[in-house]
Design a protein around this ligand. Sequence first.
Ligand SMILES: [Zn+2]
Length: 411
Amino acid sequence: MEKLNNLVRLKEVETKRLYYYDCYQQEFESRVLALTEYKGRPALILEATCFYPEGGGQPSDYGEIDGVKVIEVIEAEGRIFHLLEREIKAEKVKGKIDWVRRYDHMQQHTGQHLLSQVCWEILGAETLSFNLGEEVASIELSIGQLSEADKKRIETRAAEIIFANRPIKIYEVEEEEIDRIPFRKKPVKSGLIRVVEIDEFDYSACGGTHVKQTGEIGLIKIIGEEKIRQHVRLFFICGWRVLKDYQKKEQILTQLASSLGTSIDQLQVTVNKLQSESKAWRKKCLKLREELNQYEAAKLMAEAQESVIDRTYFDRSLEEAKQLGLKIIHSGHFLVIFGVKGEGRDHLLLARSESIPVDLRQWLPWLREVFEGRGGGSDSLVEIALPGKQPLEEVVKEVKARIFEALSAHS
Ligand SMILES: [Zn+2]
């Protein structure tokens, strides 16, 4: 085993990538070429490895080497660094990759090749980039938009190729031979080119890990899209991810249907009905609220001993209180002070009739200073939000006293 300072001598030595030859190999033994450090972690360079290092849109494998967790595998400076949870001092090691994670990546990655070719075939869209995320994979397509019908056609065509269970062949060709291969995207690499061929359907130059037959992709489902620059980014899932997604969505639908007392098939009809009912109720409620406001305004004005009317409300919105206040000031000679209790914060509403010539904004600095109120408005109507630290009734009382005093001094 060499130490870090001897790394220079390793320049000629390249780690044998076992996953190039067999993507299904999960365990391996290897001589240790060097124990070094990378990104502040102990890192091993091996003679051979099954671990796929992050690259080409596919994240790195996880797993264990001699029972020590492999946190990340990075290819840099022409070497493959296995970043470890702690140091391993051995001449020879045994490695094992996290197979569930790897197989998931193989399904998504092979699915991407297939999907990209289908998008080319059906829409003439090139795949500009690929990203394999923890839950969703995506490709950026060289088109500006995509219809729902296009998506269905893409999914159906992909399923045809999957169900035909075509073999996926991996082989290498010399640089001079690349014109012989109908690549979807011509490789720019020199030397030996690794070709991943979905039997007579798609030819890609790729160093990633792939399944052996299209049937293993399971299904390709497009689950969303977004606009990116002038292009479309398509989000999709393959293999086990599709089953999990189906199960999750079925559970959501079943629960929704059950809580609405209907079946999944009748869900749309039921929701439409509920929506139109709720719309009608809202309309009715507004009308009743309007009528109630009339009565309430009349009652408050009849009971008023003076021109200032104050109330604190715990069960209505600021908007509702405002409608009531407006009704009062437009019907008589009044100044209203309404406190409205809210969630987290309270509100204070001051409004006056035209016939009371005071500028309500004059009390804003005082409200800000004493009650930490924030807000503003016109000379005849102001709204102030309060942090809700003091009992609202007390605030209303204090504000009333202050305004009353000012108005009395005036008259
Ligand atoms: Zn690939």
